[in-house]
Write a protein that binds this ligand. Structure first.
Ligand SMILES: *[C@@H]1O[C@H](CO)[C@@H](O)[C@H](O)[C@H]1NC(C)=O
Ligand SMILES: *[C@@H]1O[C@H](CO)[C@@H](O)[C@H](O)[C@H]1NC(C)=O
Length: 335
């Protein structure tokens, strides 16, 4: 263990939720208690957040930002939507941030082949083969054959993994996969469990197969309509590590372009700013009104792992509306 050079709780209070119930140290009494869809996930998260706020009178007025990565491309919109659809939620939601998210799978699944091809990882014949499987996944989505759609997406990723021979699709530059087994080992240490206030008899897993199975019909369902609702009411940040081949930049931009939101034209037309941290290239930022998009250089699927300091600058500046995220008072002059 070593200190994190870029913790996200330097300025802010940070609460981690093992979600959904049944994963990490969140214990489901039975598999039936694990939610099968995003409404169920949102209802649980809402209860957890409300109970947390009730612990201290000062929490009530504090702004709350919700963030997550990967499958949280579903969870984050789901809880945001649940909060903002309520008349009196009692949650002072100020923004939502998603890293390398799966949000609109029908469009995202169609981007793997061309992305890998343009990186030189596969040839034309392999691209055509992958595109065939991708089309199958899309057909299944349109026919609402959700389990088969999920299976086809898994096949796309496994086939690309085999063709490319990469250490991991989570970051095409990595020579070894992310070492999350070390995290699981640390979290199974009784001393660590005691320090976290976790149940000592719980065996921590990085990803629960039981939960994965229960949510298998949810994987290919879109929550894009939730993001469309949210971006009208609160700030939304979508950021991706540039080297992720699962839910990366191309995959995200593909569905962002199709957002049904009155600002999308202006967003797509906005300048993409070069983002530097201490004079070094850190990535790119593009934004319009409440929507921000960040590409993080030299990072894969797990941005805070790969670029701790830059990810800290990103989240702090975005929350505090500083630097490249400063309020856009010039927009009337420009237009
Ligand atoms: C990938 O390769 C492994 C090992 O050769 C094989 O067992 C598996 O079926 C392959 N998967 C796909 C989807 O091609
Ligand atoms: C810890 O987990 C075990 C097994 O799930 C359960 O029987 C026990 O009641 C839990 N203990 C506490 C303090 O929650």
């Amino acid at each position: 263990l070593g200190p994190n050079p870029g913790p996200w709780n330097r300025i802010f209070g940070l609460l981690f939720l093992d979600n959904p119930i049944g994963s990490g140290f969140s214990i489901a009494a039975s598999p039936q208690e694990i939610p099968r869809n995003q409404l169920g996930v949102a209802e649980h998260l809402f209860i957890a957040i409300k109970k947390f706020i009730a612990l201290d009178a000062n929490f009530k007025s504090r702004p709350i930002y919700i963030t997550g990565e990967s499958y949280a491309g579903k969870y984050v919109p789901a809880i945001g939507y649940h909060i903002l659809k309520k008349k009196e939620s009692g949650v002072n939601l100020a923004g939502l941030a998603i890293g390398n998210g799966l949000t609109h799978p029908e469009v995202q699944v169609s981007t793997h082949a061309v992305n890998a091809y343009n990186l030189g990882l596969i040839n034309d014949k392999q691209k055509a083969l992958l595109e065939g499987i991708q089309s199958k996944a899309v057909d299944y989505v349109r026919e609402e054959r959700w389990g088969e759609a999920t299976g086809a997406r898994t096949k796309v990723l496994n086939t690309l993994q085999n063709m490319s021979g990469l250490a991991t699709l989570y970051d095409f530059t990595r020579l070894i996969p992310y070492q999350d087994d070390i995290v699981a080992e640390f979290l199974s240490n009784p001393e660590a469990k005691r320090a976290l206030g976790a149940n000592e008899s719980t065996v921590f897993e990085v990803c629960s197969d039981v939960v994965g199975e229960v949510l298998s019909d949810d994987v290919m369902k879109s929550v894009k309509y939730m993001v469309e609702f949210l971006v009208k009411k609160t700030r939304v940040l979508l950021y991706q590590g540039q080297c992720d081949l699962r839910d990366g930049v191309v995959s995200t931009v593909a569905w962002m372009k199709g957002l049904e939101w009155e600002g999308i034209g202006e967003f797509l037309d906005a300048e993409r700013e070069v983002w530097r941290v201490d004079g070094k290239l850190a990535g790119y930022v593009q934004r319009w009104k409440r929507l921000s998009h960040v590409v993080v250089m030299n990072a894969g699927h797990l941005v805070p792992t790969d670029q701790p300091v830059n990810s800290q600058v990103m989240i702090e500046d975005w929350v505090l509306e500083k630097g490249l995220f400063a309020a856009q008072e010039i927009e009337t002059q420009v237009k």
